[in-house]
Ligand binder design. Structure first.
Ligand code: CO
Length: 218
């Protein structure tokens, strides 16, 4: 690592000072209010990809969104990190809109389409391989590789909406009458636009219910 690389982080600290001053100038009360409490309206579950920053692509501000990110925006039933975020978001913060947002060109999904590979990330991507296996009959019909990749990105989001809707956290919240909605979105790296897949779920999904698992994109 050369000197320039070693000092890269200083640029962030410098930019942070500028940002803080700018925000304060725009709204002198902002940080005072944010320091008191948070009342986010949205819980965002997205990919860790550096090109998909939730607040920037939705034009939201600090305090607007409670956020969880991992490779390929997965909802894994044994992931205590994710479950803790969902539990806190739903039960402590009272959030009623949960957004699961994937993105076209997702490296995690792409890896699941290729040969098996070693390393820790391979274990994580295994979950996406399961989604591909579940929808193999549909995916095999798509001859164009890019179109098949795009569709797997969408199907992966749909499956995560399904999985999240089957958690005990949401089941209990819906039983108590909470109007929670789980939305499935996909972000386009090529144009910066979000597509709503039209698979919004507002109820507990039973095993026999396959409407979500086969949801069509719009
Ligand atoms: Co990704």
């Amino acid at each position: 690592m050369n000197i320039k690389d070693a000092d890269l982080h200083r640029d962030l600290l410098h930019k942070n000072k500028e940002w803080s001053a700018r925000m304060h100038q725009d709204n002198p009360e902002l940080f005072t209010e944010l320091a008191k409490h948070q009342h986010p309206f949205f819980l965002w579950i997205g990919c860790s990809d550096s090109r998909v920053p939730p607040n920037q692509i939705t034009g939201t501000m600090p305090g607007d969104m409670f956020i969880h990110r991992n490779i390929a925006n997965m909802v894994v039933h044994t992931d205590m990190n994710l479950l803790s975020v969902v539990d806190y978001g739903v039960n402590a913060l009272g959030i009623d809109h949960i957004i699961i947002c994937g993105h076209y060109g997702c490296g995690g999904v792409k890896a699941a389409m290729g040969k098996e590979f070693g390393g820790v990330a391979a274990n994580w991507v295994r979950h996406v391989r399961d989604v591909a296996r579940l929808h193999r009959s549909e995916l095999d019909l798509i001859k164009d590789e890019q179109a098949r990749f795009d569709r797997l990105v969408e199907l992966n989001v749909i499956e995560q909406v399904y999985d999240l809707s089957r958690t005990v956290i949401l089941r209990d919240a819906w039983q108590r009458g909470r109007p929670i909605k789980v939305h499935g979105w996909v972000y386009g790296l090529h144009d910066g636009l979000i597509k709503d897949l039209g698979v919004t779920c507002d109820r507990y999904v039973h095993d026999a219910d396959t409407t979500l698992a086969t949801g069509n994109s719009i």
